[in-house]
Design a protein around this ligand. Structure first.
Ligand code: HEC
Length: 179
C-alpha cells in the first residue's frame, strides 16, 4: 500500500467511525477528543465573551481557526449536533445561532457549562477539556457553514474537513450572499 492509499483507507475508516458514533455513544456519554490549537495566538486566561475569530477581527487567524474548528466540532459535537454542523434533529442546529455578540455569549456559556435538565446531562460541559481557542474555533466553523442545507452540501464549504476550501469559504463569507 502506498502512502496515498493508506491516507484514503484512514479517512474511510475515520468516516465510518464518525458515522457509527451516534449509535455507539449514549446521550451524554461523551469521550472528549483533545484539540491541537497550534498556530493560533493564545487568547489568554480570561474568558472572552465575544468570538475573536471573524474575518473582520482576525483575518490572519481564520484559516487555521476554521480548520481546527471543523475537526474539533466533528469529533466532539457532531454526534449530537450533526455531521458538518447540519443537525439531524437530536440537538439544535448551530448554524442558525445568531452570529452577533448575544449568540457568542450564549454559545460560550453552553459549551463551557453544558446543559442539564432535571438532573439529566443533555449536553456535557467542555470547560477543562478544551481551551477557549478550540471553543471559539468551533464557533468560527459553525458560523462559516451556510445556513441553507443545499449550500451547506456544496463541496469545499466544510461539510467534510478533508475537502474544506478556505478560499471558497472566504469568498462566500465576504460576499454577503449567505444569509
Ligand atoms: C450529548 C449530546 C451533545 C453533545 C456531545 C454536544 N451537545 Fe450541544 N446541545 C445538546 C442539546 C441536547 C442541546 C439543547 C439544550 C437545550 O434544550 O437548550 C444543546 C445545545 C447547545 C447549544 C445552544 C444552542 C441553541 O440554539 O440554543 C450550543 C451553542 C451547543 N449545544 C454547542 C455545542 C458544542 C460546541 C459542542 C461540542 C463541543 C456540543 N454542543 C456538544 C447536546 C449536545
Amino acid at each position: 500500500m502506498n502512502i496515498a492509499k493508506i491516507g484514503i483507507a484512514a479517512s474511510v475508516l475515520l468516516f465510518s467511525i464518525m458515522a457509527l458514533a451516534p449509535v455507539s455513544f449514549g446521550h451524554g456519554d461523551v469521550t472528549p477528543q483533545a484539540v491541537d490549537t497550534t498556530g493560533l495566538k493564545p487568547l489568554g486566561e480570561e474568558w472572552l465573551e465575544e468570538n475573536p475569530y471573524t474575518f473582520e477581527k482576525a483575518p490572519d487567524q481564520m484559516e487555521r481557526a476554521i480548520e481546527i474548528g471543523c475537526s474539533a466540532y466533528n469529533s466532539n459535537c457532531a454526534r449530537c449536533h450533526g455531521l458538518g454542523a447540519v443537525s439531524g434533529g437530536l440537538a439544535p442546529d448551530l448554524r442558525v445561532l445568531e452570529e452577533d455578540a448575544d449568540g457568542d455569549s450564549w454559545f460560550i456559556d453552553r459549551i463551557r457549562n453544558g446543559y442539564h435538565q432535571n438532573g439529566v446531562t443533555k449536553m456535557p460541559k467542555f470547560e477543562g477539556l478544551m481551551p477557549q481557542e478550540a471553543m471559539w474555533s468551533i464557533r468560527a466553523y459553525t458560523n462559516i457553514r451556510p445556513d441553507d442545507d443545499d449550500k451547506a452540501a456544496v463541496k469545499g464549504t466544510g461539510g467534510n474537513c478533508q475537502t474544506l476550501d478556505f478560499e471558497m469559504v472566504k469568498k462566500i463569507e465576504l460576499s454577503d450572499d449567505d444569509e
